[in-house]
Ligand binder design. Structure first.
Ligand code: GLN
Length: 542
């Protein structure tokens, strides 16, 4: 029987609940426990797949092909535990399932209500699909007091009641703001937020209080008193300079000790050596390198969350700090000279993206990287643009385009209407819904021996996660290869190009999948390690 830790947030959003949950899970792992992390999202979208990246941040894709909230990325990066489809649910999904059951007549004529039908569906989601983990950490999205979160809070209240306090723990993350004019930290918002939680029947066991300043002991005692929590369970979460310091910082404040004590477990010493090593490397880099990310969603860096982190990991592997220049690709379309700004970067990366807007600017960035021998790393859309660049500028196919942009004379990149997964043939048409109809999740890829990709991976068969609708058309392989673009990774049946590279360039690798989703600070992704190393080399030569 697992133990459940429910993580809620109060006062304001963006308190770093997801990071806090991930850090706590990693601290429990460091004490020898197995963990699984889950996110319950109160919004009405069925999944975040169709949400704008500039509004909601990146869509994180799991091995089993679910489009999930970006917090699942933090969970994986901090724990190394791969998330599953059953680790993220939204109100939209819960209601779709309940309504489908109602239409089928599964409720035998009952009146369908939020309590118990919706709350039962939430409880069933939380309580099922475990692998015998010691702890299930379940984060509730949003802020306590939001109308949407009420059914979720009711469901976790019921679970606490049914399983007993020895199997459940409520952790509430709040903010203690500093009022500069008064020179004081204010505890009132935290008190109100706990009251809000108590009003729906949940008494938090532990408070994790985000603050920019140290909290005097009397303030801490006051919070404990007013919130009905013992003082040691009021844990401070001071701001830290990089996210990988969070586990160590929370441990120093006693978070994991408080959690194990809550469950009546021995307060042993966790092994935090890997976090200490990572923090040491991040705090003491031996150099720096500038990498340009040329994309479309650069206004909100959360849209490329895993990408930014994977570059940090590539930096950790090389002992250097990676500085990212976020560049809107449309800039290269508006001003001819703008492309010269890329002259001074160590590497150029074109990430995933959707739609025609900004694509010509990305193709210009690829061309510049290729011609100026600047390391280039293309991801998903960044591979498709690299292929179009070669086709147009080196393979005498000036009309090469992608069917994503509407009718094109020459579909170098086109919609796959049929492809195989194992023994199954999947089909889709141009008129399918946008939600959940892409090639999603982990697929095997076979590498060409001797290629840069196979050298970096150190193996011939890899598995990486996908999220795209269009594919590079294998029919043009000969023309692309004659123009120096080698297809070094293919789907097992040989029909889908998964990696392209150039032998006549210091580093030119572009992949159809999203390697950033699998990179971890303690296990940096080999393609990012290789790209950062090549970018370092380039910076040294400049
Ligand atoms: N828009 C492209 C496609 O759907 C690429 C998607 C992506 O970069 N994730 O194929």
């Amino acid at each position: 029987m697992p133990r459940y830790i429910f993580i809620t947030g109060g006062v304001v959003s963006s308190l770093g609940k997801g990071l806090g949950a991930a850090a706590l899970a990693s601290l429990l792992q460091a004490r020898g426990y197995s963990v699984r992390l889950r996110k319950l999202d109160p919004y009405l979208n069925v999944d975040p797949g169709t949400m704008s990246p500039t509004q909601h941040g990146e869509v994180f894709v799991t091995d089993d092909g679910a489009e999930t909230d970006l917090d699942l990325g933090h969970y994986e990066r901090f724990t190394g535990v791969h998330a599953k489809r059953t680790d993220n649910v939204t109100t939209g999904r819960i209601y779709s399932d309940v309504l489908a059951k109602e239409r089928r007549g599964d409720y035998l004529g009952a009146t369908i209500q939020v309590i118990p039908h919706v709350t039962d569906a939430i409880k069933a989601f939380v309580l099922s699909n475990h692998d015998d983990e010691d702890f299930i950490l379940c984060e509730i999205g949003g802020t306590v007091g939001d109308i949407e979160s009420l059914p979720f809070l009711e469901a976790i209240r019921q679970i606490g009641n049914e399983l007993g306090r020895e199997s459940t723990c409520y952790l509430h993350v709040t903010l203690i703001p500093y009022i500069a004019a008064a020179g004081e930290l204010k505890t009132k918002p935290t008190q109100h937020s706990v009251k809000e939680l108590q009003s729906v029947g949940i008494q938090p066991d532990i408070l994790l209080c985000r603050t920019e300043h140290p909290l005097p002991a009397e303030q801490r005692a006051k919070i404990g008193l007013f919130c009905n929590i013992r003082q040691s369970a009021v844990v401070l979460a001071r701001d830290v300079s990089n996210i990988y310091e969070v586990p160590l910082a929370y441990h120093d404040e006693g978070l994991d000790s408080e959690v194990v004590r809550h469950f009546g477990l021995a307060d042993t010493t966790p092994d935090l050596s890997h976090w200490k090593r990572i923090c040491h490397v991040v705090a003491n880099p031996e150099g720096e390198v500038n990498i340009a990310i040329v994309g479309k969603y650069t206004s909100l860096q959360d849209s490329y969350k895993s990408l930014g982190e994977a570059l940090v990991h590539g930096g950790i592997a090389n002992g250097v700090k990676v500085n990212i220049d976020w560049i809107d690709s449309e800039l290269f379309e508006q001003e001819d000279a703008a492309i010269q700004s890329l002259q001074h970067v160590g590497g150029i990366l074109v990430p995933g993206g959707f739609g025609e807007r900004g694509s010509e600017g990305k193709i210009r960035a690829v061309r510049f990287a290729r011609e100026q021998n600047i390391p280039y790393f293309g991801i998903c859309f960044g591979m498709q643009m690299a292929v179009l660049e070669t086709a147009r500028n080196l393979a005498d196919m000036p009309d090469a385009g992608s069917s994503e942009f509407g009718d094109t004379k020459l579909s170098l990149v086109g919609l796959m209407t049929e492809w195989t997964v194992g023994n199954e043939t999947l089909q889709r048409s141009a008129d399918d819904d946008l939600g959940g109809t892409m090639r999603l999740g982990a697929y095997e890829c076979h590498l060409t021996p001797g290629s840069t990709a196979s050298r970096l991976y150190g193996e011939q068969v890899i598995s990486e996660r996908h999220r795209h609708r269009y594919e590079v058309n294998i029919a043009y392989r000969d023309q692309l290869e004659a123009a120096g673009m080698v297809i070094s990774g293919l789907s097992p049946d040989g029909s889908l190009p998964e990696i392209v590279e150039r032998a006549d360039h210091p580093f030119f690798v572009a992949v159809q999948f999203h390697p950033e989703l699998k990179s971890k600070p303690f296990d940096p992704h080999p393609l990012f390690t290789g790209f950062v190393a090549a970018s370092m080399e380039k910076s040294r030569l400049v």
